[in-house]
Every structure is written in C-alpha cells, then in structure tokens.
Design a protein. Structure first.
Length: 181
C-alpha cells in the first residue's frame, strides 16, 4: 500500500489509477460508497464515475476537481497533492489535442448552434438602412430650408425707388427721354 501511495504522489497517473487509488483507500477505511456519497453530499453515480476514472460523465472539470479534493480530504489524504495529480492528468490529457481536432469540434459546435430553433423574440436583428428613403429625407429637408430662405427673401420689404432727389430744398425729378422711332 505504501508503495502505491509513493507511486501515486511521485508519478503522474491517469484518472483511472487515481480513481482506483481513492477506491482502495475508501475500502481500507471501511467506508461504503453509499456512506461516502451521503457524507460528501454528492450522488453515488458521481463517486462511482470518479473511482472508475470516467471523466466524460462530468460536464465541468472544475466541479470534478472540487469533488476529488473533498473526497481526498474525506479519506484522510492530502487534498492539495491529489489536486496536483489531477491537474497533471488534465494537462497531459488536454495538451495532446491537435489543432485539427479543436477546429473540428468548433465546427460541430457552430453547426449545432445553426440548427437550434430561434425565437423571433430573442433574435437580434440589425436594422438595414434604406438608402433611397434616407436620400429622400435629406432632399426633403434641403428643399424645406431653401423654401424658407426664399420666403424670407421675398417677404423683406424692397427699398423704394427714388425718383427725386432733394437738394437745397428743391425737388428735381429725374426724367429720361426715350426716343421712339
């Protein structure tokens, strides 16, 4: 047993070995899986999946790590060392993904998102600007201002035409002779 503990702490292990180690430690303490699940306030299935090394049964890796740390503490193990081994496993597991695998998974996610039914109430629609209407509105505003300027010009009083000129009190009328032929 001591050899297995040293092996566990010194060498990175896969999750199945970690689960087997936790299971053996639980059984050596004389604790049943139902009792451990009840004491930890988790489902029996989750505890069984951890002991079997089934990481795919968990949606969230962080919650899995928390459960493993709590389980290790419950069994009297050092939770930080167990968490470090789990982190090493996760690093090894995730660092082996190729770029093509990541791109393929991203493509599948995008395809699944495209297939989802969308409600007309949740779709954010971009309003398209109708260029013809915008041009018409700008032209109408321009014509409106031109009409106002024209009306103001026409409504101003004209300066009277002076036909006479005052000089020293005399009134002179301007006369123009027009020769008609």
């Amino acid at each position: 047993m001591a050899y297995k503990v040293l092996f566990f702490y010194w060498r990175g292990v896969i999750l199945k070995e970690l689960g087997e180690f936790l299971k053996e430690h639980r059984e050596s303490n004389g604790v049943g899986i139902e009792e451990a699940a009840q004491d930890l306030n988790i489902k029996i299935d989750e505890l069984e999946n951890i002991e079997e090394g089934n990481i795919r049964a968990f949606k969230d890796v962080l919650s899995l790590k928390t459960i493993i740390k709590n389980y290790a503490k419950y069994l009297g193990l050092d939770p930080e060392k167990v968490a470090d081994e789990f982190n090493d496993f996760m690093f090894e597991h995730t660092s082996k993904l190729s770029l093509s695998d990541i791109l393929e998974a991203e493509k599948k996610i995008n395809e699944n998102n495209a297939k989802k039914i969308k409600s007309p109430y949740t779709i954010i629609r971009k309003k398209k600007i109708n260029k013809k209407k915008l041009l018409f509105v700008i032209l109408a505003i321009l014509i409106f201002f031109l009409l106002i300027v024209l009306i103001l010009k026409l409504s101003q009083p004209k300066a009277p035409v002076i036909n006479s000129e005052l000089k020293r009190g005399e009134v002179y009328e301007s006369t123009h002779k027009v020769n008609y032929i």
